[in-house]
Design a protein around this ligand. Structure first.
Ligand code: GLA
Length: 745
C-alpha cells in the first residue's frame, strides 16, 4: 500500500502529502536524466524527482500523487532540521515563508534555463531559483539569487546554492581530502554508518581544494562501484570558501546542502541588491562513479574549460629542474633539451623577476619586472631563444600576492588583506601576504600585471598563475566596518572580475591554474583556465593516488602531470623512468626535470614516449575515462583506460602499486569498449627484452571486458636490470577484417 503513495527523488522514494496539479509541474530534462519540480503559484515549491529520465506518463503519475519535501528549505517556520537559507529582517524577525510567485523557462543554443521566483508571504523578500539543463550533457546546474525590497538591509545568515534530499538506504558519500603534496585523496564512506551532520568546507579561500573539495558523489546502491550502480554527483562551481553539509537525522533522507561558506560570513543585503550564489552542477548516472566522472569530463571540455576542444602542448617547466636559479644560459639549455625531446613549449617558473629586491622565498613578489642580472636579454631574449628552437614560451606569475620586501608593498602597504589596527599574518618566507582584491584599485593593478607581461610580449603563449598563500587573517582596509563579514564573498568577486578581464583581453593565452599544486582545482575557477597543476608532489607512485582522486571530477586534458627526477624531490623515492613516464602519460604530459640530469638512454626513452603520446593525446585528452582497479582498494594494482568516443581506439594503463615476491594480482577487466568490435594490442613504452604474449594479437571487446589481459608482474629484463616497479601502457586499435581473420585461424 505504501508503495502507491511514494514518488521518486534522487534515486529515492518520497512520501506523499497532497496533490500537485499537473500544470504546476515542470520537467527539467537532459538526455538521460530528469528533475521534476512542482511550482504552483501561491503554493510551496517542491522537488518531485531527480534521477533517470522519466516518461511523460510517470511524470503525470508523480505529479498527481504529489509529496511534501521542500525544494529549498528556509528557516523559521516549521523549522526544518537544516535550512538552505536563513535571514534576519531589519525588524528582528528571523523567519521566512516562501511561496511560488512566477516560473518561466527560456532557451539558449545549448541549454534550457528555468527560473522559479519565490516570494515571502509577508515581506518583500525574494529567492529566484535557477536550473540550467544541458541538451547534450546530463548536467543540471542549480543556483539562487536572493533579493528584497525591504526598507533596511536584511542579514543573510546562511545562503546555500542548492539542496538535494537523498533517500536513505545504503548511500555512500565519495569525497576528496588531503593537503598540499597529497591532494585529492579519495574517501568513500557509508552515510548510514555515520548519522549526524557531516560538513565539508574551506575557510581560508584561495587554497580551497588542498584539505577538501567542493565536489562529492552519492553512490545510491551501496559501496561505490566504478562502472555500475546509480550515482549522483554534485560539484559546487566556486573558487572561494564553500560549505557542503550532509545531515542525517531522524527521517528517511540524507539532506544535502551546498554553497558558499556562510560561517563567519553573514551578508548584509541591501534593498535592490541581488546576491547570486555559485551553481551546483548535478549529474546522475547509472554507470557508477566513472559514469558520473565521464559526464563531468565531457561537460568540462565543452563548457567549463578554456579551449576544451584543443589538445594541449607537451611542455617543460623549469621549477624542479632549477628552482629559482633562473638564468639565460640555463633556460636556453633546458630549451635545447625539451626541443630535442620533441616538446612544444618551455615554461620559465619562479625566479625571473625583481629589481630593487632580488627574488627569493621572501622577496620581490609584486615586482613583475624582469631581473636583468639573471636575464640580461630580458623576456625578449628568452622569446627569441625559444623561437629559434621552434618552441613556444610560457612564464610563471603569482599576481594576487606580495612580499613585504618588495617595491609594491613599499608603495602600497594598505593593499594587503589585514584587519584594522593589526600586523598582517604572513606566509611563505615570513613576508608573503595576499593582496586585497576587494579593492578596485588592486584589481586594476592585478589585471595590469598581465598587461605588463602578456600585453607587452604577445609572443608569450602560456602563463602559470600561482597562489601560494591562503588568507590567514580576516580583514580588509577597503571594506567598511559594516562589511568586514563580506570579505570572503568580495575577495572572490574581485578575483573573478580580474580573471574575466584577463581572459577577455587575452583569449588565446594558455593558462595554468596553480595553488601550491592542486589547491584551487574547482569549476568556479577553471572556466578561465586551460589546465591545473595537479600537485607539487611529482612522485609517480603517490601521483597514481592523487590523479585517481582528481579524475573523479576533472578531465585528463586539464590535469598537468610531469615526468620528474629520481630520487623524487618531495618523497626522495627513486622510481624508474618507465613508471614515471607511464603515470605522467595518463594526463596532460609534461616534463619537470633538468634534462641535463637524464642519461642518454632516459632521454631516448622520453623522446619516444613524447612522440607516442602526441599520437595518442586525442584519446587520452578527449576520450572517455573508465577507472578499472582502484589503488585505494589495496590490491597492489591501479588500472584505468581512455576510450575514444567512436570506441575504435583506447589507451589502457596498468600500474603496480606494491612490489612483493610471489604476490597475486587480479586480472583487470577492461570497460567502455564495443563488445562486438575487435581490437589489436600494442604495448607502448616497452622496456622488456621480449614482447608481451598479447602483443600484436587481436581480441574482441567482449573478451577484453569479460576477461581482460594478464600481464607478467615484473618487467622481463636481464637479472641485473630488474626493477622494483612495473607498469604497462597498452594502445588498442580497432582491427580491420583481415587482422581479425588472421588472429582467429
Ligand atoms: C608553487 C608551485 C610550484 C612552483 C612554486 C614556485 O609551489 O606549486 O609548482 O611554481 O610555487 O615558487
Amino acid at each position: 500500500m505504501l508503495r502507491q503513495t511514494l514518488c521518486y527523488i534522487a534515486g529515492a522514494l518520497f512520501p506523499v502529502a497532497g496533490l500537485a496539479a499537473a500544470n504546476d509541474v515542470i520537467t527539467i530534462a537532459t538526455p538521460a536524466t530528469s528533475m521534476v519540480i512542482s511550482a504552483p503559484v501561491g503554493g510551496e515549491f517542491r522537488l518531485l524527482h531527480y534521477g533517470g529520465r522519466l516518461t511523460d506518463s510517470d511524470v503525470g503519475s508523480i505529479a498527481a500523487s504529489g509529496h511534501k519535501m521542500q525544494a529549498y528549505p528556509v528557516y523559521g517556520m516549521e523549522c526544518p532540521a537544516e535550512a538552505a537559507l536563513a535571514v534576519t529582517h531589519a525588524d528582528g524577525n528571523m523567519t521566512l515563508k516562501m511561496v511560488v510567485d512566477t516560473c518561466n523557462t527560456t532557451r539558449s543554443d545549448e541549454s534550457s534555463l528555468t527560473r522559479i521566483r519565490l516570494r515571502d508571504e509577508i515581506y518583500p523578500f525574494f529567492v529566484d531559483l535557477f536550473y540550467r539543463s544541458y541538451d547534450d550533457h546530463d548536467v543540471i546546474e542549480s543556483w539562487v539569487e536572493i533579493s528584497h525590497q525591504e526598507d533596511s538591509p536584511v542579514e543573510l545568515r546562511r545562503y546555500a546554492s542548492a539542496y538535494l534530499p537523498v533517500r536513505r538506504g545504503d548511500v555512500w558519500l565519495c569525497h576528496l581530502h588531503g593537503s598540499g603534496n597529497n591532494e585529492s585523496q579519495l574517501a568513500q564512506e557509508s552515510l548510514e554508518d555515520s548519522p549526524g551532520m557531516k560538513t565539508i568546507s574551506s575557510s581560508h579561500t584561495i587554497n580551497i581544494s588542498h584539505a577538501s573539495h567542493g565536489e562529492v558523489m552519492f553512490a545510491l546502491d551501496g559501496k561505490p562501484r566504478e562502472n555500475e550502480g546509480r550515482v549522483v554527483g554534485a560539484a559546487l562551481c566556486y573558487g572561494g570558501n564553500y560549505r557542503l553539509d550532509v545531515n542525517t537525522v531522524d527521517d528517511e533522507y540524507h539532506h544535502f546542502f551546498a554553497g558558499m561558506n556562510w560561517t563567519d560570513a553573514p551578508y548584509r543585503l541591501t534593498r535592490g541588491e541581488a546576491l547570486r550564489t555559485p551553481a551546483v552542477a548535478f549529474v546522475y548516472s547509472e554507470d557508477g562513479t566513472s559514469g558520473v566522472s565521464r559526464v563531468y569530463h565531457r561537460w568540462a571540455r565543452d563548457h567549463k574549460l578554456a579551449h576544451g576542444d584543443r589538445t594541449r602542448p607537451v611542455l617543460l617547466n623549469s621549477w624542479e629542474g632549477v628552482y629559482m636559479d633562473v638564468e639565460q644560459a640555463t633556460m636556453e639549455k633546458m630549451m635545447d633539451d625539451i626541443a630535442a625531446l620533441g616538446g612544444d613549449l618551455f615554461v620559465m617558473d619562479d625566479g625571473w623577476f625583481g629589481s630593487k629586491y632580488q627574488r627569493d622565498d621572501s622577496s620581490a613578489l609584486g615586482d613583475w619586472t624582469v631581473d636583468r642580472r639573471k636575464l640580461p636579454g630580458g623576456i625578449e631574449g628568452l622569446l627569441d631563444a625559444a623561437s629559434r628552437r621552434g618552441l613556444d614560451f610560457g612564464i610563471w606569475v603569482e599576481p594576487e600576492m606580495v612580499n613585504s620586501r618588495s617595491e609594491l608593498y613599499e608603495r602600497h602597504p594598505d593593499w594587503v588583506l589585514v584587519p584594522q589596527g593589526r600586523q598582517p599574518a604572513t606566509g611563505r618566507g615570513g613576508t608573503q601576504m595576499v593582496l586585497d582584491l576587494t579593492n578596485p584599485e588592486v584589481r586594476d593593478y592585478v589585471a595590469g600585471v598581465f598587461d605588463s607581461i602578456v600585453g607587452k610580449y604577445p609572443a608569450i603563449k602560456y602563463v602559470k598563475w600561482d597562489a601560494n598563500m591562503p588568507v590567514r587573517n580576516h580583514g580588509s582596509l577597503y571594506l567598511g566596518p559594516d562589511c568586514q563579514s563580506h570579505l570572503w564573498v568580495e575577495y572572490q568577486r574581485g578575483l573573478e572580475e580580474v580573471c574575466r578581464r584577463v581572459r577577455d583581453k587575452y583569449p588565446d593565452l594558455i593558462m595554468q591554474l596553480c595553488c601550491s599544486g592542486g589547491g584551487r582545482v574547482n569549476y568556479g575557477m577553471l572556466p578561465w583556465f586551460d589546465e591545473f597543476w595537479t600537485s607539487d608532489n611529482t612522485d609517480a607512485l603517490q601521483r597514481v593516488y592523487i590523479q585517481w582522486g582528481t579524475s573523479y571530477f576533472f578531465p585528463a586534458i586539464a590535469m598537468a602531470c610531469h615526468i620528474s627526477a629520481a630520487p623524487n624531490l618531495q618523497t626522495f623515492r627513486s622510481i624508474p623512468m618507465k613508471y614515471r613516464v607511464d603515470v605522467a602519460m595518463s594526463g596532460r604530459l609534461g616534463v619537470e626535470i633538468h634534462p641535463e640530469k637524464m642519461t642518454a638512454q632516459e632521454k631516448e626513452f622520453c623522446r619516444n614516449a613524447i612522440s607516442e603520446y602526441k599520437k595518442l593525446s586525442d584519446v587520452i585528452q578527449m576520450g572517455d575515462l573508465y577507472r578499472l582497479q582502484s589503488p585505494y582498494d589495496g590490491k597492489g594494482l591501479a588500472s584505468l583506460m581512455y576510450v575514444s568516443p567512436e570506441k575504435d581506439e583506447a589507451v589502457f594503463y596498468w600500474y603496480k602499486t606494491e612490489h612483493f615476491c610471489n604476490q597475486h594480482l587480479p586480472v583487470v577487466r577492461m570497460a567502455g569498449l564495443d563488445a562486438g568490435k575487435y581490437y589489436k594490442i600494442r604495448e607502448i613504452n616497452r622496456i622488456d627484452s621480449q614482447p608481451l604474449e598479447c602483443e600484436g594479437k587481436v581480441y574482441s571487446g567482449k573478451y577484453l571486458m569479460g576477461h581482460g589481459l594478464d600481464f607478467p608482474y615484473n618487467h622481463i629484463l636481464p637479472y641485473w636490470e630488474q626493477l622494483d616497479y612495473a607498469s604497462r601502457v597498452i594502445h588498442l586499435t580497432e582491427a580491420d577484417g583481415t587482422e581479425v581473420n588472421v588472429a582467429s585461424k
